[in-house]
Design a protein around this ligand. Structure first.
Ligand SMILES: Cc1cc2nc3c(=O)[nH]c(=O)nc-3n(C[C@H](O)[C@H](O)[C@H](O)COP(=O)(O)OP(=O)(O)OC[C@H]3O[C@@H](n4cnc5c(N)ncnc54)[C@H](O)[C@@H]3O)c2cc1C
Ligand code: SF4
Length: 550
C-alpha cells in the first residue's frame, strides 16, 4: 500500500515533544514542567519501558541532579554508592602500574561522585517528570520527522504490525503524529533522527567530525569477599595495542554488584579487531580476573558513546527543534562521563523552550540555546579536555595520554600549548584494507569468565518482533560484497557486539546475513561501516534490549 492509500495518522498537539527518555530527555521534561506547569510535554521512548535501553557505567557527577532536583540526595531515589577509592592503571599483558593521584589532572578525580545504574536513575527521573504532569510513552519509536514549511513540527511514531515483506498484518496499527511547537531530540549517541537533522540543516558545517567509541558492559554479582563497595577503577593499555584507543572501567556498588566494561575508540584501523573479544580478554588480566571468581554474570549490553567533544558539537538549534545530551555530543571522554551534561543540556534546552513559549513563540530557532552552552557548565567541562582525544588518536596511548594529561593540567591552570586540535578523519574512514593488516587470534571463551556473543546477547534480554522489516538498511547490497567483504574482510562480523552480521559461505560464495532480531541498538554499524552503507533506523517500538539496571 502506498503512503497516500494508508489510513490517516491520528495527530496530538503538545507544546513540546521530547524524543528519548534518557537523562537528557527526562531532564528536559522535568525542567519544562518546573518552569511552565501549564505547558504540555510528551516524551516518546523506543524501549519497552523507561531504562530498558539505557546502558552506562555509571559513575555520575552529581552536578546535573543537584541543579535539576536539589533535594534528590534526601530522597529514596535509586541505589547509589559513594566513591571511596579511585584507581587508574596502565596495563601490560601481565603487569599493572598504578598512576599516582598527585599526577592526575584534578578534573579526572571521582571524589564526590556516585556509582549507580543509569537505568535506575532514569526510572527515578521518569517518576519525577510524571509527577509534574509530563506524559511519557515508552514502547514508541519516533521514526519520522514532521515539518511545516522548513521548520520541525514534531515526530511520527512508526507503524506497528508491518510484516517483513511490507504487508500489513492483522495487528497493523498506524503510527501517531506528535506535533509540538518545539521538539527536543535527546536520542543519545548517533541518534537516527538527529543524524537526519544534522544533514538536512547542515548543523555540522565548520565543525570537526563527530567521533565515537563502542562501550561494552557486563553486570556481575561477585562473591561477598571480593566486593569493595565504592571502588572505581579504570585502565588503559592491554589488551589494546598502542595505536588503538580505549580502556576499561570497573565499579563496585550496591550489594555485591560490579559493573565492568570496556570502551574501544571506533577510529581503530585493523578490520580484524573485535571490541567484544577485546573486552573478554581484558577480564583475564591478573589485576581483575580474581574479582569474578565465584561470581555470576547477570547482564550484558553495548552502546556507542560520542567522543568528539567541544570541537565536534554541531549547531544544536534549528527551526522548531534542538539537540540535547549525547545526541549533541556532550560526553567528556577522559572522564567517561556524559550523564551530567545530558541532564544539564536537557534542562538548558527546556529553559530556552519555556521562555519562547511564554513569549508566544513556536517553530522558530532557539538561537539562544546554541549560544549558551559553550559558556555554561557543559562548555567549561568540555573545553578543558578538548585535546585529550585528538592527542591520543595522533600519538597513540603512551605518548598521547601523557600529552593529554599535560594539556588537561595546563587547561586547569587556564591555558593550553596545543590550541584546539582537530580530530581528522571520521571513524568510518579509518579502517585499513584487510590485506594490509594482521588477523588477530582471540582465545576461545571458557564460559565462566569469558563468553561468546550469543550467550551474551541472551543476557541483554533482547527481543524484536521477528516478522517486521529489517531495521538495518543497506544502501547498496553489491557494495557490501565488493568492498566490505572483499576489501575490508567483513569487519561487521567483528565490530557488532551482538553478532547481527555474518558472512556465510553458500555454494562457494559469501552471503551477507543480517540477524536483525539480535540488535542491541548500539549504533556501531551506522558509524563504522567503511562505506557508510548501513543505516540504522528504529525497529517497531518496544523492540531491542530490555536492560533491567544497566
Ligand atoms: C559503556 C558506557 C559507560 C559509560 N559510563 C558513564 C559513566 O560512568 N558516567 C557518565 O556520566 N556517563 C557514562 N556514559 C555516558 C552516558 O551513558 C551518556 O552520556 C548518557 O546516557 C547520555 O544521555 P542521553 O539522554 O543523551 O542519551 P541516552 O542515555 O542514550 O538515552 C537516549 C534514550 O532515547 C531513546 N531513543 C533513541 N532514539 C529514539 C527514537 N527515535 N525514538 C524514541 N526513543 C529513542 C533511547 O532508547 C534511550 O532510552 C557511559 C556510556 C557507555 C556506553
Ligand atoms: S546491528 Fe548495529 S546497532 Fe545493532 S547491535 Fe550490531 S552494530 Fe549495534
Amino acid at each position: 500500500m502506498s503512503e497516500t492509500e494508508l489510513p490517516a495518522r491520528e495527530a496530538m498537539e503538545f507544546d513540546t515533544v521530547v524524543v528519548g527518555a534518557g537523562p537528557a530527555g527526562l531532564a528536559a521534561a522535568i525542567r519544562l514542567k518546573q518552569l511552565a506547569p501549564d505547558k504540555s510535554v510528551v516524551v516518546v521512548e523506543k524501549g519497552s519501558e523507561v531504562g530498558a535501553h539505557i546502558l552506562s557505567g555509571a559513575v555520575i557527577d552529581p552536578i546535573g541532579l543537584d541543579t535539576l532536583l536539589p533535594d534528590w540526595r534526601g530522597e529514596d531515589a535509586f541505589t547509589k554508592t559513594a566513591v571511596e577509592d579511585d584507581r587508574f592503571y596502565a596495563l601490560s599483558s601481565s603487569g599493572a602500574w598504578r598512576l599516582p593521584h598527585a599526577l592526575m589532572p584534578p578534573l579526572l578525580s571521582n571524589r564526590g561522585n556516585f556509582i549507580v545504574s543509569l537505568g535506575d536513575v532514569c526510572r527515578y527521573l521518569a517518576r519525577k517528570a510524571e509527577a509534574l504532569g509530563a506524559e511519557i510513552y515508552p514502547g514508541f519509536a519516533a521514526a519520522e520527522l514532521l515539518f511545516d514549511n522548513d521548520a520541525v513540527a514534531g515526530v511520527a511514531t512508526g507503524d506497528m504490525g508491518v510484516g517483513k515483506d511490507g504487508r500489513h498484518k492483522s495487528s497493523f496499527a498506524r503510527g501517531m503524529e506528535l506535533r509540538g511547537k518545539y521538539t527536543i531530540f535527546a536520542e543519545g549517541a548517533r541518534g537516527s533522527l538527529a543524524k537526519t537533522l544534522i544533514a538536512r540543516f547542515g548543523l555540522a558545517q565548520n565543525r570537526e567530525p563527530q567521533k565515537f567509541g563502542l562501550g561494552l558492559k557486563e553486570l556481575w554479582q561477585v562473591a561477598p569477599q571480593k566486593h569493595r563497595p565504592g571502588l572505581v577503577q579504570h585502565t588503559i593499555g592491554w589488551p589494546l595495542d598502542n595505536r588503538t584507543g580505549g580502556g576499561s572501567f570497573l565499579y563496585h556498588y550496591a550489594d555485591n554488584l560490579v559493573e565492568v566494561g570496556f570502551v574501544v575508540h571506533l577510529n581503530y584501523a585493523n578490520p580484524y579487531l573485535s571490541p567484544f573479544e577485546e573486552f573478554q580478554r581484558f577480564k583475564t588480566h591478573p589485576l581483575v580476573r580474581e574479582t569474578f571468581a565465584g561470581g555470576k554474570r547477570l547482564c550484558y549490553g553495548a552502546r556507542a558513546i560520542s567522543e568528539g567533544g567541544w570541537q565536534s558539537v554541531p549547531k544544536i538549534a534549528f527551526p522548531g527543534g534542538v539537540l540535547a545530551g549525547c545526541a549533541a555530543g556532550f560526553l567528556n571522554v577522559p572522564r567517561i562521563k556524559g550523564s551530567h551534561n545530558a541532564i544539564l543540556s536537557g534542562a538548558l534546552a527546556a529553559e530556552h523552550v519555556a521562555a519562547a513559549l511564554a513569549a508566544g513563540r513556536g517553530h522558530d530557532e532557539l538561537a539562544g540555546y546554541d549560544a549558551a552552552w559553550r559558556a555554561s557548565a557543559i562548555g567549561r567541562d568540555l573545553w578543558r579536555v578538548r585535546n585529550a582525544k585528538p592527542l591520543w588518536s595522533k600519538f597513540g596511548t603512551l605518548a598521547g595520554i601523557a600529552l593529554a594529561g599535560f594539556d588537561m593540567w595546563t587547561n586547569t591552570l587556564g591555558f593550553s600549548l596545543f590550541g584546539t586540535r582537530p580530530h581528522g578523519k571520521p571513524d568510518f574512514a579509518t579502517l585499513k584494507p584487510a590485506a594490509a593488516c594482521a588477523p588477530i587470534a582471540y582465545p576461545k571463551p571458557d564460559g565462566k569468565l569469558t563468553f561468546d556473543r550469543l550467550s551474551s546477547v541472551y543476557l541483554s534480554n533482547t527481543n524484536h518482533e521477528e516478522d517486521q522489516p529489517v531495521h538495518l538498511l543497506l544502501r547498496d547490497a553489491a557494495l557490501q560484497k565488493t568492498s566490505e567483504h572483499d576489501v575490508y574482510g567483513g569487519p561487521s562480523a567483528r565490530y557488532c557486539p551482538a553478532g547481527v552480521y555474518e558472512w556465510v559461505e553458500e555454494a562457494g560464495a559469501p552471503r551477507f546475513v543480517i540477524n536483525a532480531q539480535n540488535c542491541v541498538h548500539c549504533k556501531t554499524c551506522d558509524i563504522k561501516d567503511p562505506n557508510q552503507n548501513i543505516t540504522w533506523v528504529p525497529p517497531e517500538g518496544g523492540g531491542g534490549p530490555n536492560y533491567p539496571n544497566m
